[in-house]
Design a protein around this ligand. Structure first.
Ligand SMILES: O=C(O)COP(=O)(O)O
Length: 226
């Protein structure tokens, strides 16, 4: 079946957002009298939403949770900082704008399916000037559960009016490939983003592409080939 729609992950796929995420994490840690973290460490903590980012930054563990009191204080503080910082130092990866333009021009329906909360996703897409490419934006709090659960991917397909088998997900992590595959959506991964410290080459997916421009060229090629 031909692909008619493309779902994009945001952090680590369209935009290198760790400079902003880490700045907000470190402003929060300083306010709480805790040691700051490197951008490399924060990059490993990104992927399963803001709650996990804050808990991981407080505990230094991928799975442990801070006490409910500390977590509540830290989350409110992080949100406050990130509201002001979001988009200031985020940069496009090579080929993103070119790839989005090619796909839009070729008539693909485009959506964002991110674990970033909606209140931060919409301003970031607006500030970086790419909001107009997307018919649908599903954030980390749009559905009751986030990626790697398939629900956000299924929700995006429903809103776009496309079957999962006519849809492709493009992401940077195991959270994207697990969510997509459980929804019956094929998934291509990019090697440059945040995969919780692992290589995409060790991650089960349906293909690896170097840039979104390359992904767009491949998709357009499949469509026009006899
Ligand atoms: O907010 C996160 O943890 C990551 O968001 P993403 O789903 O766009 O990678």
């Amino acid at each position: 079946m031909t692909i008619q729609a493309v779902l994009f992950d945001l952090d680590g796929t369209l935009l290198h957002t760790v400079p902003d995420l880490a700045a907000a994490v470190n402003a929060m840690l300083v306010d709480l009298g805790k040691p700051v973290l490197s951008e490399e460490t924060v990059a490993v903590y990104v992927g399963k939403g803001a709650e996990n980012l804050v808990n991981r930054s407080l505990t230094g563990s991928m799975t442990e949770k801070a006490s409910p009191e500390l977590y509540a204080q830290a989350m409110a503080n992080w949100q406050n900082h990130y509201t002001h910082i979001n988009g200031n130092h985020s940069v496009f990866y090579d080929g993103v704008k070119e790839g989005l333009a090619l796909l839009k021009q070729a008539g693909f329906k485009l959506a964002v399916v991110t674990n970033k909360p909606e209140r931060f996703t919409h301003p970031l897409l607006e500030r970086t000037g790419i909001a107009h490419y997307f018919e649908v934006v599903v954030g980390g709090d749009t559905c009751p559960v986030k990626k790697p659960d398939p629900m956000p991917v299924q929700h995006a397909c429903r809103l776009l009016g496309v079957e999962p088998a006519q849809t492709l997900m493009i992401g940077d992590s195991v959270n994207d490939s697990l969510a997509a595959n459980a929804a019956g959506v094929p998934c291509w991964l990019l090697p440059y983003g945040y995969n919780e410290g692992r290589s995409v080459h060790e991650t089960q997916c349906d293909g690896i592409v170097n840039t979104i421009e390359e992904a767009a060229q491949r998709l357009i090629g499949t469509r026009t080939s006899p």
